[in-house]
Design a protein around this ligand. Structure first.
Ligand code: DCP
Length: 680
């Protein structure tokens, strides 16, 4: 079936740049003696050598995979070098990797509109740069074309046997009869090759790239030839690429919707979708999803590259799988304090470096109850206006938790069932700060800004605590006189369990390591294209003097010592201000998936893992089920998209209150009904 050809004037040049085995490269830069050796980065626990989260290409050649544990990797490749993820506050500290990613972004951002898509992925809109090149110095006019560009893989490029690869690429780039789209892609190839070389030179990191006319195709292409290579998708190659592309490999089709397309409609490749009319797809999947499917079958995607270099939110999370689940209020508070401290640090540095301020604090947790038919009930997420200062964040986070727990446990809290009381277990905690905006310049306006953000509280923190203590059995454990002893006891238990229980499951083990920073979809004044082209770190003189002022403020905000000494700080502005928890659950519970979905590979891993979990768990606590599907999704928001999608599809097997309804029902046709929206 012929593909509808969009207007030539729509031709854009989009690149997706993806770092190769990123954490490994960061560690190899830190320890150059590891370069060229089979290397893997592992989780910080020691159970079976820790879970692998990044594997070098040398190690991959020996059969080492990310799903393995350290011991397995050693068995497969005895000479493998295992490097532990840095740890801070009892959890993985990703700051090194995050900063390394920022180094790359600041180089790439100089070439055009740049969107930081995850910790190691960037989209670039190079249309303007390619058009300028085509106008001023088209490839055929160049004396020579860079070797790196000549090593590009061009999908669908015909080559006679014996032809020199690079010569063929040169001919393709310099074809006089090429259409404008291909000419622009040729320019894009040269620009991206140059950028990749620059990244390598300045950061020592290699990366791979995909170059195409839209984000979707560029992303597909970047993973096709790794490491350190680039792949181009000319318009003429789109149909062939998609015709053989398994449906689940397509972005956003890795989960339930993809499975349902396979089982309900016999669609195995993206190309198979071409047999259905738009109306038919809409009839089956609703208006928006139907149109979206019709478009992707033709390689059409209108998604713009967002000018966004800074994260949209900051967060810190940790999971407590299996027997490590938290069971006392004091233990929860201990971990919330750690997470809040990290969050506060990141907020201060954002304020310091970027002059940005966040206004909403959100608490997410995942939990299960000991004996409840309603055990799938989700632990509600709660938000309140954010108050700066580590102790305030800790306080508010704990209050939010208690309010959420009260809601989760229901009006009675304790439900006598036989002689046993119902209790709760927390398997994941995270705190995040969102609604980040640039602050007005100057200290006084910052103060005004904060004052204007204050709202009248509807629920006092004390009341929340009080109510909570009244209703839950575990709350009694949180009484102040017991707290310190309990915390110590609980902590030593956590330490002990680390040796054999942490990260038993191959998937959730990633989460403790994934303290996250969500990415913004909204450009800020720091993120406009013109600003981007000046580089992320560049500031005008007046901006840097503002920066100095902000540094002072940032320090004040972060200093609880100063606060205790009674020095004025922004924190004091909020002294009469109390957190108002608001449930966020509804907005986050919008995923609707087809009922016909079957378990995917991850699901089978899950069931296996649960068994392992249970087995190991029984050694310590016995009988606590581990509900992996309730782990907070935001914890891994920083991971590459396809991994997020894969994990989401695995983690949300039961969330479909209205399954079936949306099918054939145009009114329930939003794509958001089929999978959770990416917070990007
Ligand atoms: N990561 C993680 N847990 C996962 C997947 C990834 O912590 N389950 C981290 C480690 C990776 C980084 O994110 O280095 C980027 O993930 P990618 O999927 O891009 O994989 P790599 O960059 O490691 O390898 P590749 O060269 O295949 O992209």
């Amino acid at each position: 079936m012929p593909i509808a050809r969009p207007e030539t004037s729509d031709a854009r040049v989009i690149a997706h740049v993806d770092m190769d085995c990123f954490y490994v490269q960061v560690e190899q830069r830190r320890q150059p003696e590891l370069r060229g050796l089979p290397t893997a980065v592992v989780q910080y626990n020691e159970w079976q050598g820790g879970g692998l989260i990044a594997v070098s290409y040398e190690a991959r050649k020996c059969g080492v995979k990310r799903s393995m544990r350290g011991d397995e990797a050693k068995a497969a490749c005895p000479e493998i070098q295992l490097v532990q993820v840095p740890v801070a506050r009892g959890k993985a500290d990703l700051n090194t990797y995050r900063s390394a990613g920022s180094e790359v972004v600041s180089i790439l951002a100089q070439s055009g509109k740049c969107e930081r898509a995850s910790i190691d992925e960037v989209y670039l809109d190079l249309t303007d740069a390619a058009e300028s090149m085509l106008a001023d110095a088209p490839p055929e006019s160049l004396d020579s074309i860079d070797e790196e560009a000549l090593k590009s893989h061009i999908l669908g490029m015909s080559r006679n046997e014996g032809d020199d690869f690079k010569e063929s690429v040169r001919d393709w780039i310099c074809r006089k009869d090429a259409d404008r789209r291909d000419k622009l892609l040729g320019c894009g190839m040269i620009i991206v090759a140059e950028l990749r070389k620059q990244v390598l030179k300045e950061t020592e990191f290699s990366c791979s790239a995909g170059i195409a006319h839209n984000k979707m195709l560029a992303k597909l292409a970047s993973g096709m030839n790794k490491p350190a290579q680039q792949t181009v998708v000319p318009y003429s190659a789109v149909q062939e690429l998609l015709s053989s592309l398994p449906i689940k490999k397509m972005k956003q089709l890795g989960g339930k919707l993809g499975t349902s397309l396979q089982t309900d409609m016999g669609v195995n490749t993206v190309g198979d979708l071409l047999q259905f009319s738009e109306a038919k797809l809409q009839e089956h999947w609703g208006t928006n999803t139907g149109t979206w499917l019709w478009n992707i079958a033709r390689g059409i995607s209108g998604e713009e590259v967002q000018g966004r270099l800074l994260p949209k939110s900051h967060g810190s999370g940790k999971t407590f799988p299996g027997p490590r689940a938290l069971k006392s209020l004091s233990n929860v508070q201990h971990w919330l304090n750690q997470l809040s401290e990290e969050l506060s640090e990141r907020l201060s540095s954002d304020l310091d470096q970027n002059k940005r301020i966040a206004s909403t604090l959100t608490l997410h947790a995942s939990a299960f109850k000991s004996k409840d038919s309603d055990s799938h009930k989700k632990f509600p997420s709660k938000s309140c206006p954010l108050r700066y200062g580590v102790t305030k964040i800790q306080e508010d986070a704990f209050n939010l938790f208690q309010a959420a727990l009260r809601e989760y446990m229901g009006p009675f809290g304790i439900k006598p069932q036989g002689n046993k009381q119902e209790t709760w277990r927390i398997t994941g905690l995270s705190v995040s700060a969102s609604k980040i905006v640039d602050i007005p310049s100057g200290t006084s306006s910052i103060m005004r800004y904060f004052q204007s953000q204050s709202t009248v509280p509807s629920c006092s923190a004390d009341r929340c605590v009080q109510e909570y203590v009244e209703i839950t059995p575990s709350a009694s454990e949180g009484c102040s006189e017991q707290r310190s002893i309990e915390t110590q006891a609980a902590m030593s238990e956590e330490d002990i369990s680390t040796h054999y229980t942490e990260n038993i499951d191959p998937v959730p083990e990633k989460f403790p390591c994934q303290d996250f920073s969500c990415q913004s979809n909204e450009a800020t004044p720091f993120q406009t294209q013109s600003e981007s082209s000046k580089g992320t770190q560049r500031k005008t003189q007046s901006e840097s003097s503002k920066g100095t002022q902000m540094k002072r403020i940032g320090r004040k905000i972060n200093s609880s010592k100063e606060k205790s000494q009674g020095m004025p700080s922004i924190v004091d502005i909020f002294k009469n201000y109390i957190a108002t928890p608001q449930s966020k659950q509804e907005t986050e519970e919008d995923s609707t998936v087809p009922s016909t979905s079957k378990r995917n590979n991850f699901s089978s891993r899950s069931s296996h893992s649960s068994e392992v979990n249970q087995e190991v768990g029984e050694r310590k606590e016995t009988k606590w089920g581990y509900k992996i599907d309730e782990i907070d999704q935001s914890v891994f928001d920083e991971l590459p998209e396809e991994i997020q999608l894969e994990l989401r599809s695995f983690m949300r097997p039961n969330k479909r209150p209205n399954a079936g309804k949306s099918k054939g029902d145009g009114s329930a046709s939003s794509i958001a009904h089929y999978f959770p929206p990416l917070k990007r």
